[in-house]
Design a protein around this ligand. Structure first.
Ligand code: GLY
Length: 417
């Protein structure tokens, strides 16, 4: 099987790495890819958001399967273009990708499917903002209704901060979603979905704030770990049965069946799981940890999902133990990151590239906010943390920063549900 992966982050580097371990995969291509990916796959500088360009490349490399990583091409209909060209595609249609592209659509689907989620209101007129803010609190959750790469969300106990963020979004013409705050530890559950067939992967937990102890602004994700020792298997089953399956059924009923990876972001509160958000693709950085433990050939799982035969393949098998991913970010991230710093010591197994570039003299330099994802594995979470932080200790990036507490609360048994 020849596979073309679309995207350029550490998530796509993890997907390409997993595909490279699958003996049934005979060719791996990636567009646009990145410096790390180019060591495993031939990369091509196409516009990932252009259906025409992706289809032309898929034909050129004679891909049997196209795997679309990021949300933007999915929301723009690139999967539809690939399927219309007669090529199998892992990733939902534009109609189904609205579950991430429009939070209002996602809320409507959840309401129809009877899925627990935060109470919410859309504000699209600045004149209504203050009255709407008064109906929320004491913790305000303010989201950009469209795609914002994780950075459109502000969670704050300060009404002024909430107001400023909402007003700025409205000024830019973006409708704002106000939500009630969902208490409880968060879980990211990735589920392969092919119509009404749903196959969960291992649950993971992301760390979205930039600083240790969940301090500072939200980011695209600073680290993650899997599995979750504090989450009983019965809760995963409840998420699949009470959240994912009804949503998959509702999408079929609406004529926009989901095909690809449905990412359920949940808070596990006293009353059980409630949905914080759905995404229409693999999460970053959780994927880097989850795929490190995958023991089944990934090509078959992705191809079966893409071709409507997921119910005929064996469920995924997992390595024993745990995986932890820690993101090494550039100076100033999540603000305007400094780029062009030389990275050294990163030639290690489990180091996945995101914001990197290779200079003409061969030096690898930072080229984005989240620069590397460093994956550690171990017999347990403590061992996986040690592995990841040992690797980070060997990597040099001037101004680079990372959280030192990824997975630590779970190791110290401080997460209670
Ligand atoms: N881990 C957050 C995201 O992928 O959106």
């Amino acid at each position: 099987m020849r596979v073309l992966v679309i995207g350029s982050g550490a998530r796509e580097h993890a997907l390409v790495t997993a595909l490279s371990r699958d003996s049934a995969v005979t060719g791996i291509y990636c567009a646009p890819g990145n410096t790390g990916i180019s060591r495993l796959a031939k990369t091509y500088p196409v516009d990932a958001s252009s259906g025409d360009e992706v289809v032309a490349l898929a034909r050129k490399v004679e891909a049997d399967l196209v795997v679309i990583g990021p949300e933007v091409p999915l929301v723009l209909g690139v999967a539809d273009a690939v399927r219309s060209a007669g090529i199998a595609c892992f990733g939902p249609s534009a109609a189904a990708a609205r579950i991430e592209g429009s939070k209002a659509f996602a809320k409507d689907v959840m309401s129809a499917a009877g899925v627990r989620t935060a109470h919410s209101e859309i504000v699209d007129n600045p004149a209504n903002l203050d009255a709407a803010l008064d109906r929320f609190g004491p913790t305000w959750v303010v989201k950009d209704d469209g795609l914002a790469a994780g950075k459109g969300v502000v969670v704050t106990a300060d009404r002024l901060v909430a107001r400023d963020h909402a007003a700025e979004l409205l000024e830019r013409g973006h409708p704002v979603l106000l939500e009630s705050f969902l208490d409880g530890p968060e879980v990211s559950l990735f589920v392969l979905v092919d119509g009404e067939t749903v196959v969960p992967l291992l649950p993971a937990q992301d760390h979205k704030r930039v600083g240790d102890g969940d301090t500072g602004p939200n980011t695209g994700g600073m680290g993650a770990y899997t599995p979750l020792p504090w989450l009983p298997e019965s809760v995963v089953t409840a998420i699949v049965d009470d959240v994912v399956r009804p949503v998959a059924t509702e999408m079929v009923a609406r004529g926009c069946p989901f095909s690809g990876l449905l990412y359920a972001g949940l808070a596990i509160g006293a009353e059980g799981p409630a949905v914080v958000e759905f995404n229409c693709r693999f999460g970053d950085p959780e994927t880097q940890a989850v795929l490190a433990l995958l023991d089944s050939p990934i090509g078959e799982l992705l191809h079966a999902t893409a071709t409507g035969t997921l119910d005929s393949v064996a469920p995924p098998q997992w390595h024993e133990g745990a995986a932890v991913v820690v993101v090494l970010a550039a100076e100033n991230y999540p603000g305007r990151p400094r780029t062009g710093d030389v990275i050294s010591g990163a030639e290690l197994d489990g180091v996945l590239h995101a914001g990197t570039d290779q200079r003409a003299d061969g030096a690898v330099v930072s080229a984005g906010g989240r620069v590397l994802s460093v994956v550690g594995v171990g017999a347990d979470l403590d061992g996986a943390r040690t592995d990841a932080y040992d690797k980070l200790g060997a990597i040099k990036l001037p101004g680079g920063h990372y959280r030192t507490d990824i997975g630590l609360a779970a190791v110290e048994d401080r997460i209670k549900i």
